[in-house]
Design a protein. Structure first.
Length: 314
């Protein structure tokens, strides 16, 4: 079952979140998935308040904000999840001040989370694991066909989970063999639709996607009322596939990293990889140079002759 784990709130909090959601869309111009993530994180923050939301916000102090960020960061599980929480909290506090819910502007007191861009090495799946993930679905079921189509799309084209979740039926030009993807910054690009991806999508749309729902999204939830699959649900699909395939838990983004790594090992240049992965900056692609051990090895300086590492016998 695809669900977004969110705590229950009072009607007053729900009303504020609805207003915040409209503000993000109309005033900030955020994409639908960004709006969903910001609201989701803000809901967690409001649920942590000790009393009625409007009373708690009036008495909110910088120390309260800092303590929340520390606790939320510990529970987040990763640096990048913690960073997303911090970004969403700053946005919510900015809205709360504009709305007159807090007497002082608290967005600036939200502490940052230590973490440096491009500091990590892309983590790719091992040989055979991608095929194991794509072959572990029960294609006699609707959900099995959907999940196989979804993960095939991620693995072959390197889409981000949120990009796949946001796809509409109209984004696929079946005759021309093209698919339109809306990426970061609401930038749209047309990509060729490989045969393998096209076949998986055709099987899903023709035999598994619910009809007559009024929803134009490509990937729908497994149970009614049918609605667009969220980025969180895409992560759940990947998690279930990892369990079935006997692979350690991996996020949907691991398939994107695997594609980039495989392209590098096949001899593709960094600019070529950046084009396939649709990176807006060449700097984002340079992180893949870290996994090219064969090309990195000659750059390592030789160990000085006669030198010894402390504690190691020569």
């Amino acid at each position: 079952m695809e669900t977004d784990e969110t705590p229950g709130l009072s009607s007053a909090s729900d009303d504020l979140l609805d207003e915040y959601r409209r503000w993000l869309r109309q005033e900030r111009g955020l994409a639908a998935e960004s709006v969903r993530c910001y609201v989701q994180q803000s809901k967690k923050f409001l649920a942590s308040l000790p009393g009625p939301v409007e009373v708690s916000l009036v008495g909110l102090s910088p120390a309260d904000v800092t303590n929340y960020v520390i606790n939320a960061s510990i529970q987040s599980g990763s640096v990048w999840s913690a960073k997303a929480q911090v970004t969403a909290l700053r946005s919510w506090l900015r809205f709360a001040y504009i709305r007159g819910l807090t007497p002082v502007a608290l967005a600036s007191v939200v502490p940052g989370v230590a973490g440096w861009r491009l500091s990590q090495v892309p983590r790719a799946l091992a040989n055979g694991q991608v095929e194991a993930l794509l072959g572990c679905h029960d294609t006699s079921t609707r959900i099995g066909l959907r999940d196989k189509a979804l993960l095939t799309l991620l693995a072959v084209l390197g889409l981000r989970g949120a990009e796949a979740a946001a796809l509409e039926l109209a984004d696929i030009d079946w005759r021309a063999g093209l698919i339109t993807v809306t990426g970061k910054g609401s930038r749209t690009e047309q990509l060729p639709l490989p045969v393998r991806v096209g076949n998986a999508l055709t099987d899903y749309v023709m035999h598994a996607r619910p009809t007559g729902t009024g929803c134009t999204a490509l990937f729908l939830t497994g149970r009614g009322p049918y609605r667009q699959l969220s980025a969180g649900a895409v992560r759940q699909v990947m998690h279930r596939a990892c369990v079935r395939a006997g692979i350690g838990n991996a996020g949907a983004h691991r398939l994107r990293h695997t594609l980039g790594t495989d392209l590098l090992r096949a001899g593709a240049s960094l600019p070529d990889i950046g084009q396939v992965l649709r990176h807006r900056s060449q700097l984002a692609t340079t992180v893949y140079a870290k996994v090219d051990l064969e090309r990195l090895r000659p750059l390592a300086r030789p160990w000085p002759a006669g030198a010894a590492i402390e504690g190691v016998r020569q």
